[in-house]
Structure formats: structure tokens, C-alpha cells
Design a protein around this ligand. Structure first.
Ligand SMILES: Nc1ncnc2c1ncn2[C@@H]1O[C@H](COP(=O)(O)OP(=O)(O)OP(=O)(O)O)[C@@H](O)[C@H]1O
Length: 211
């Protein structure tokens, strides 16, 4: 799997959030998208996952040499992000069943393994709306990591997690990111220190006009 950005930029109204990004993301590698609050990390991730179009430039997806149209890329990716909601009226059991109707589970992983990874076997019938914010975040992460997709996208992966949860996230990375194209949006080192590649949004801000 390969995602290629060519001279890509995005603006909202008259404000350019970033400009002129030419970059290639390739399977088997992990990438950190870095920048301060409001710099444009989530905006870039949304362009990369096809939910937002670029204002200029081009994005291309290729899998085993074949081009994948942007509208079909969601089938090949898993995303965990603060703005992605779980279905609050579902129980944990129902949420897992629902999610894996759309995305295949990794080979050799069962629904029981997913619940065991969450350490929530006594809560299988509890409604998501009664989960704590940390439990919800763990669930979002497990659903993404355990889906059999070549692309894994994580936006602020340890938000609402305590110290133990952060270690648990880092174990998930070790167990489930090998061979995939992993992209993490973050400004916290413990979320992305495993990434071999870093892309800083500050490097793609519009340059001030010189006299
Ligand atoms: N739909 C929109 N309409 C107008 N402006 C937007 C829209 N979405 C994002 N923005 C603006 O784009 C900029 C980048 O936002 P973005 O959420 O991508 O930043 P971020 O780096 O992910 O921030 P954070 O670290 O706080 O999550 C912000 O100034 C934001 O207000």
C-alpha cells in the first residue's frame, strides 16, 4: 500500500492550513504527523483517509500496483480518533459485532480475544454509554488495531488514557502494527516514538511574502 501526496494543500475559507506537501507513505513503515494544537494534523489525516478533499494538489492510493479510488480507500483503513464516535446505545458485544461486519478481524484473532485484550470480559453486556472515557478510548483503539486493514490511522491515540493505558497502547503497537502503514497524529512523544518517519506541519505553512 502506498499513499502519495503531490503538492497537496488545504485551506478553510481564505486561510491555508498547509501547502505544498509532497510525500509518500509506504506499507511496513510508521509515520508521525506532528504539530502544535490547531496546526492541521487532523486536517491532514482526513485528507489521507479520503474524508476531506485537498484544496490543491493530488492524493493517490496504490495497492499491489493498482490505483484505488479515493471513495474506496476506507475499506483498506482503520481509524481511531477523538471525533469518531462509538454507538452509545450498543453493548460492548453489539459494538464489536457491528464493527466487524464492516471490517474483517485479523486472522487468528477472535471476538473473545478482542474482549480479553480490553480486559472487559465482565462488561460484555454493558452499554457503551456507561463506559468511562478511558474505556471508550481503549475500545476505539482495539477495534482499529484488530481490523485486518493495511492502513492504520491513529489521531491522539492516548487521549483519556492513564499511565497504565499508555503502556497498554504501546503493547498494541508492538503486537499489531508490523507490516502495516501506520500514521499517528500527535504532539506527545510516548504516542509516536516508535515511528521511523516524522512529518511536521510547521514545515508546510504558507511562507510570508517577502518584499
Ligand atoms: N471545517 C472547518 N472549517 C473551518 N476551519 C477548520 C475546519 N476544520 C478545521 N479547521 C481549522 O483548521 C485548523 C487546523 O485544525 P486541526 O483540527 O487539523 O488541527 P490539529 O493540529 O489536529 O489540532 P489539535 O492538536 O488541537 O487536535 C484550525 O485552525 C481549525 O480551526
Amino acid at each position: 500500500m502506498q499513499i502519495t501526496l503531490e503538492d497537496t494543500g488545504r485551506r478553510f475559507n481564505r486561510d491555508w492550513i498547509f501547502k505544498n506537501i509532497s510525500y509518500t507513505f509506504t506499507s511496513g513503515n510508521s509515520y508521525a504527523i506532528l504539530g502544535s494544537n490547531g496546526s492541521g494534523k487532523s486536517t491532514l489525516l482526513q485528507i489521507l483517509n479520503g474524508s476531506l478533499g485537498p484544496s490543491k494538489g493530488k492524493i493517490t492510493y496504490t495497492l499491489n500496483g493498482a490505483v484505488i479510488p479515493t471513495e474506496a480507500i476506507y475499506e483498506h483503513l482503520s481509524l481511531a480518533a477523538p471525533y469518531l464516535e462509538l454507538i452509545e446505545d450498543f453493548s460492548l458485544n453489539e459494538m464489536i459485532d457491528f464493527h466487524f461486519k464492516f471490517k474483517p478481524l485479523l486472522p487468528n484473532i477472535s471476538k473473545q480475544d478482542v474482549i480479553a485484550l480490553l480486559n472487559l470480559s465482565t462488561n460484555a453486556n454493558k452499554l457503551i454509554k456507561y463506559f468511562s472515557s478511558g474505556m471508550k478510548q481503549r475500545l476505539k483503539l482495539v477495534l482499529a488495531f484488530c481490523s485486518d486493514t493495511p492502513i492504520l490511522m491513529l489521531d491522539e491515540p492516548t487521549s483519556n488514557l492513564d499511565t497504565q493505558g499508555i503502556e497498554w497502547y504501546r503493547d498494541l503497537v508492538q503486537q499489531f502494527s508490523a507490516g502495516r502503514l501506520t500514521i499517528v497524529c500527535s504532539n506527545q512523544l510516548h504516542e509516536y516514538d516508535f515511528c521511523q518517519n516524522q512529518l511536521n506541519i510547521a514545515d508546510y505553512k504558507a511562507q510570508p511574502v517577502t518584499q
